[in-house]
Write a protein that binds this ligand. Structure first.
Ligand code: FAD
Length: 370
């Protein structure tokens, strides 16, 4: 039976980033994923904040960085405004292949984790092929909550953005901006992220139940006069419930989407996945060096990610709640118009909630409207 110090379950941005840290620290680890090829299939808008990307990778001179944008344009009916935020448009499959490069010999694909048993002296990872033993598991398998539920790490029923989109031939919208289209009928938005001169990553996500997202996307493109022809499709879900109750247990650390580390208001999650993957792996390295896998020891992981981006997680949930409230009470335009450019940018990019927004949110909570 195979045995490792650490097994990483799931090789998206979180798992791959964790693998890179373990590799650098000479840890005996294995990364497994059920998919056939790293990076595929694509299920993402592929936008990432630029400053943090540079913090991780030093610069933006990579072939998989396909576009740089400085502004986000918000559209609602005939109203349009923009605010500053430096983002990059990636080719995410190529980005993940780049992440996997230095660790590829320690990755095993077509290997699905079906169950995890935590014992006193080890963890058993039951896969579709074999049982693998480890001292510690990093769980980074995206929006799959089976294991988290088993170990009582998820607090409540979750809400998801159900999304449909793809890569489209589209060249009419300004190429150096991300575009978000809001609509009174749906809690969610349509995004158009220009990838290069002729193509854009376009998608629509909503929390509204019983909606055909594919048909709605087509209808919204028509409504907003966006001339786009699909090249390849994708579908996926994003949790907007905020981080799970607990992101660690004995011999277990949970990161990225598996921990719901997503800005709930927009569905942005790549940056948080990368950062939490690093932080989980750093904690794993310490656990191995100290031969201590107790949850008491591992809880430092939760402290570190909260310190790094906990504020943004909270702001994202407030943004989500306010958007829900505004959609329900026909005040969406007010919500989108009211903040200054600086406030809007700080709310979404820095996690700084404008005072007015915080007051409305608190009143909404007290009156049970949110
Ligand atoms: C439609 C859509 C658009 C989005 N757009 C953006 C965007 O523009 N910008 C942004 O920042 N974020 C975006 N997000 C969110 C972002 O994609 C996620 O937050 C990010 O992918 C999280 O990375 P992760 O590594 O935690 O999980 P994932 O990327 O989901 O990776 C999880 C991996 O685990 C594997 N796996 C799952 N179950 C198992 C199992 N049982 N055994 C083994 N392997 C398993 C999967 O195959 C997958 O490779 C979007 C999400 C969706 C759905």
């Amino acid at each position: 039976m195979d045995s490792y110090d650490v097994v990483i379950v799931g090789l998206g941005p979180a798992g791959l980033m964790a693998a890179r840290v373990l590799e650098k620290n000479n840890i005996n680890f294995l990364g497994i994923d059920s998919k056939k090829e790293i990076g595929l299939p694509l299920k993402c808008g592929e936008g990432i904040r630029e400053d943090e990307f540079i913090k991780f990778f030093g610069n933006t001179d990579f072939k998989f960085v396909r576009n740089k944008v400085k502004e986000h344009v918000v559209h609602h009916k005939n109203f349009k405004r923009s605010f500053k935020a430096d983002f990059l448009q990636l080719d995410r499959p190529d980005f993940e292949k780049f992440l996997a490069g230095p660790v590829k010999d320690s990755l095993r694909l077509r290997t699905r984790c079906n169950n995890i048993n935590i014992k006193n002296n080890l963890v058993e990872i039951k896969t579709n092929k074999e049982t693998i033993n480890a001292k510690l598991v990093i769980l980074s398998c995206g929006c799959d909550y089976k294991i988290q539920k088993k170990f009582n790490l998820v607090k409540k029923k979750q809400t998801f953005f159900v999304c449909y989109g793809g890569i489209y031939k589209e060249s009419k919208l300004e190429r150096d901006k991300f575009h978000a289209f809001f609509d009174d009928e749906y809690m969610g938005y349509l995004w158009v992220f220009p990838k290069d001169k002729n193509t854009s990553n376009i998608g629509f996500g909503t929390v509204n139940k019983g909606i055909n997202v594919k048909e709605t996307l087509t209808a919204l493109l028509k409504k907003y006069g966006i001339d786009a022809k699909q090249i390849s499709p994708y579908a996926g879900i994003i949790s907007c419930s905020g981080p799970i109750k607990k992101t660690y247990s004995n011999r277990l650390l949970v990161c990225g989407n598996s921990a719901n580390q997503v800005y709930a208001g927009t569905g942005e999650g790549i940056y948080y996945a990368l950062e939490s993957g690093i932080l989980a792996a750093k904690t794993a390295v310490k656990a191995i060096r100290n031969n201590n896998y107790t949850e008491n020891f591992l809880k430092t992981y939760e402290k570190t990610w909260k310190k790094s981006f906990g504020k943004l997680m909270k702001a994202g949930m407030i943004f989500f709640d306010l958007q829900s409230l505004a959609t329900k009470s026909n005040k969406l335009e007010y919500l989108l118009k009211k903040p200054s450019d600086k406030e809007l940018s700080q709310f979404i990019v820095d996690g700084k909630v404008p005072l007015r927004a915080r007051i409305v949110w608190i009143i909404g909570k007290i009156l049970n409207k949110i």
